[in-house]
Design a protein around this ligand. Sequence first.
Ligand code: HSE
Length: 371
Amino acid sequence: MLKVGFIGWRGMVGSVLMERMNAEKDFNGYEALFFTTSNVGGRGPDVGLEIPPLKDAHDLSLLSAMDILVTCQGGDYTTKVYPELRKKGWKGYWLDSASTLRLEKDSIIVLDPVNRHVIDEGLKSGMKTYVGGNCTVSLMLMALSGLYSRGLVEWISSMTYQAASGAGANQMRELISQTAVLGLSAKPLLENPASTALEIDALITRELRKPSFPQEFFGAPLAASLFPWIDRLMESGQTREEWKGHVESNKILGAKTPIPVDGICVRVGAMRCHSQGLTIKLNKDVPLGDLTEIIGNGNPWVKVVPNDKESTLKHLTPAAVSGTLTVPVGRIRKMIMGPTYLAGFTCGDQLLWGAAEPIRRILNIVIEHLS
Ligand code: HSE
């Protein structure tokens, strides 16, 4: 029986992965072993099966006994353990949600509804390392897979609105702490019908600028604000998050001629859904109705939202999409720049399609390949 080891199943992405695997009844047909970096001998997650106590995630001999390792433990763990395992001659499959190995030449970035052909080629040629993509990139490709697969995209500019979860669990808590401070301080004014919006604004601005305002993890107020900066500066003047858009999307697609992707990445006060405003330069003039149909038929999860206010507010917001696998695309229209310029807006759960779901699916694909 195949042996599958899970590392980092307790963190945010790992927990979502466990939830999804339980929901899909994935824990069968192989022997599952759960590893830990801090609680050896402790109890593993509830997966509806008898499972042995937690094993040491740094025990290379035990790790090497696995056919497949699935890790959501993060980049530091991958950086330390992966090379040691490979050096030891381990030939198993390494499935990873961290970015560390994404751009290695012997790794494949997985997003099977979009690049199953690249994955199948990789499996056939003996590739053993499969890594989840950057969340924004994966969600953009899920939204636009129809246009990409028809070869209609000349370039894309994506302006993002990224949720707190992309920065981490502490940041999600901090966003809500910030919101709570603002809500509490504004309460007396909100309860006073004679107060004005400008008075409330002045109070909120004072709160946001107080040194005591909670910002240990973000380093700035996000609630009632935003920051157009995610990750570190690259030589190009892009942030690393912006840089990934082009590099990772082209690697995922296995593009021979790279299709440019660029834009500004912005952190906003959403909890776990990343949104993107898209300018899509098409390489030919295609009627809007056809484009809408092509986008909607891209994969089973993409859903076109009619370009009206009611549908947009109901279906194309983080509040509507959070916790679901649906990837809505709306605001689809030709732009005034010309008939080959298409506007669109998309929103997706960054912990699902942006992180855990491609990993859950590649595990099943690898198991199927090995069976
Ligand atoms: N880097 C992303 C973000 C999340 O900061 O939102 C992970 O892909």
